[in-house]
Design a protein around this ligand. Sequence first.
Ligand code: ADP
Ligand code: MG
Length: 359
Amino acid sequence: SNTVKDKTANGIVLSGLRKDYGTGSLAVDGVDIDIAPGEFMTFLGPSGSGKTTTLNMIAGFEEVTSGSVVIADSDVSTQPAHKRDLGMVFQSYALFPHLTVEQNIAFPLKERKVAKSEISRRVAEALELVHLGDYGKRYPRELSGGQQQRVALARAVVFRPRALLLDEPLGALDRKLRASLQLEIRRMHRELGLTCVFVTHDQEEALFLSDRIAVFNKGKIEQLGTPSDLYNSPKTLFVAQFLGDSNVFTGVRSGATFQSGGQTWALASTEGPSEGHLIVRPEHVEVHPADALPAAGHNATTATVESSVCLGTYHRLELRFPDGTAGLAMAPARARDSAPAEGTEVVVSWSIADQCLVP
Ligand code: ADP
Ligand code: MG
């Protein structure tokens, strides 16, 4: 059923958003984000980085210290939460235990004085949306955690909110349920065309769900971009290390060369910080015998294989570089190859096009 699709999605614009709890450091320290109508935006970052506080300022559960929240071109910064017309889903399911599934989902419609016939139509539709058509008469305690979270999702969208805010909604579920709920959320977002703001500290979840991701660090946005922007072109060491694994070579740049641990490598450009980190993703590292010469357009170094594990499609090699830094290679495993054994000296190389230099 995609009959809920008649709702026009709304954009959310955050400008200079700050939150001071009076603790000596700002919980949110100047956040600017322009969330497009219908976009799936994820706030990703470690615990304490300001994601929930930012979401709560959008929702109206926290006052803004300064800055503004604009939804669909109107400034809601001082509006109470219930007037903002936003759907919310939290980690704890927060269902009413004494109400059935249907009554839970009907609740926001009753609050809004929607006509009875319309309520039953919309509740049925919302139950279909989350694939719980047969569960309307049950009580929350008669449902699994995943089913309860589906009910919470249905309740959050049944009144056709202007946007849906989700704060670590899958945090309490086990891995398998998380994966299936991630699919559900993705499908629901597509069917409803609803603007979604999703908070998580799980990078894989963020990569899977999002149109764009805002990476939070210490109350600020470290980088904002599509999953592939962030993975392939991290702008900072923090982003590179928070999203995926990386090999990190620390050193200095002069012109289009980079020196690190006594080695000199080529850079694609003469621009960039004069000191920084060269980032190479593990799947871009090619592993060769110790006497191999690097191909044109590649940088190379020697390394020792510290552990070697076949993961089916990949050999996962933990490496030690000559300067003592640890590294990682994910080399495609072909049936006839055997992975280099632990303790082997190898040459590893990567294309200059696949590395990136960050401050
Ligand atoms: P996240 O959701 O990214 O884990 P939060 O937004 O919850 O981070 O917290 C950001 C910072 O603000 C943290 O340092 C946290 O301790 C602090 N903080 C959050 N809520 C309050 C509060 N009510 N009073 C004081 N400090 C708070
Ligand atoms: Mg939080």
